[in-house]
Design a protein around this ligand. Sequence first.
Ligand code: AMP
Ligand code: MG
Length: 413
Amino acid sequence: MNGGGLRSVDDQVARVLARVAAPEPIELALLDAQGLLAAEQVTASAPLPGFDNSAMDGYAVHSADVAGARADSPVVLPVVGDVAAGARTVHSVGTGRCVRIMTGAPMPAGADAVVPVEDTDAGVARVSIRAPAEPGAYVRLVGEDVESGDVVLEPGTPVGPAQVGLLAAVGRERVLVRPRPRVVVISTGSELVDVGERAGPGEIIDANSYLLAAAARDGGAEVYRAGIVPDDKRRLLDLLDAQLARADLLITSGGVSMGAYDVVKEALREFGTMEFVKVAMQPGTPQGFGTLGERNTPVFCLPGNPVSALVSFEVFVRPAIRQMLGKRQLFRRTVEATVLESMRSPLGRRQFRRGLLHREDSGEYVVEPVGGPGSHLLASLSRANCLIVIDEPVSEVASGDRITVLPLLLSGG
Ligand code: AMP
Ligand code: MG
C-alpha cells in the first residue's frame, strides 16, 4: 500500500498470478490443439521417411552405370519399369538397366541413385542419360528425417502448423495440450440491456460482456457470455453459482465502486478469498479479485466503465489467462516511443492513456494520445492501437519525452 491506502499495480498483479493455476492438460484432435502448448513428449513409433524413395521425377539407376554420362556422350539404358508414388509392387533393377520413377515413389531394389528427368531425353522404352549421378543422389533414405523412437514434440512447445503436420506424419491423431481456459463473462448493472433490445430511458446497451469476451478470446481463452444481471445480490450469487460449474475463470464488470448499488462488492466481499481493493492505477482503481467454489476458480470483478474494464483486463486478466495456457511470456512486450503531446497524470498512480502508435521511416516509434482520460470513451478506445503508460512517480509528460507504450495488437492488427 502507498500513502493513499492504494495497493500498487505490481503488488495486485503478483497476488493474482500467485492464485491462478493452469487447468489439467487434455487430449485434443490435432487441429483443435493448434495454438496451444504441448503437455506431453511425443516419440515417433516409425521412421520418416518410412522407406527409401525418390526425391525427383527421373530414372532410378545403378550409379556405376552412368558414371561416364556427359551431354556430349550420353549413356543409353533400357527402361524396364515405371514406378509412381504409391506403387505397392516391389520393383528391382539389374545393372545396365533403369526404371522410370516419380517423386515419392519407393526406390527399386538394386538402384542406388536417381537421375532427374531434366538430365535425360525423357525416353520411355530407352532413355538417354546426359549426366552422371553420385551414389545416393536424389534418394531420400528411410529414417533420415525422423528415426523410430525420436522425440518429435517436447512438452511446452507451441503446436503450430509445422508441429500439426509432423504429428500427422508420424500417425498421431490427438495430442495432450494445455487447454484454453473457459472464461465466463458477466455484466452487472440494472441499467443494462442486451444488444438488439431497445434501451429505454436511463438504460444503456451492455458493451462490456462483448468487449471482455473478445479480449479474453484474443488472449487465448474459450469464452462464454453469461449475460446481464441487475444490481441484485441474490440474482448475482445465483448466476455465479451456476456459472462456476463450467468456468475456469470468471469476469464480472460493474458494481465494484463506492456507489449505493455496487452489489458485486457487497455480495462477494465475504466469500472465499475475494478481496475488493483500490489499486494505484487510472483508470481501473476499484478492483475485486479472489477465488470461489470447489475448484478455486479465479474471479475478477472489474469496474463498469468500458475503458476501465479493458485496461483492467489488460493489466490483470490477460496475464492470468496466459499463465493458465502455460505461456512463459505473460505480459505484452512494451516499446519506448516519443510522445507527441504533453499530458498530466496523478502522482502515485500508473495512468493508462489510449494512444496511436506508429513507426517513423527512421525506425523510431512515436505515440499520440487519443481522446481524453475519460474512462467511458469507447470510441476513442477503438481508434487507439496502444496504451500509453505513465508511471507512478511521473505527474507530467512533455511533448518529445520518451515513454513506455503497450501495443494492443488485438486480432486483426
Ligand atoms: P459501475 O462500475 O457499475 O459503477 O459502472 C460505471 C459506469 O460504467 C456506469 O456509467 C455504467 O453505466 C457503465 N457500465 C457498467 N457496465 C457496463 C456495461 N456492461 N457496458 C457498458 N457500460 C457499462
Ligand atoms: Mg453499476
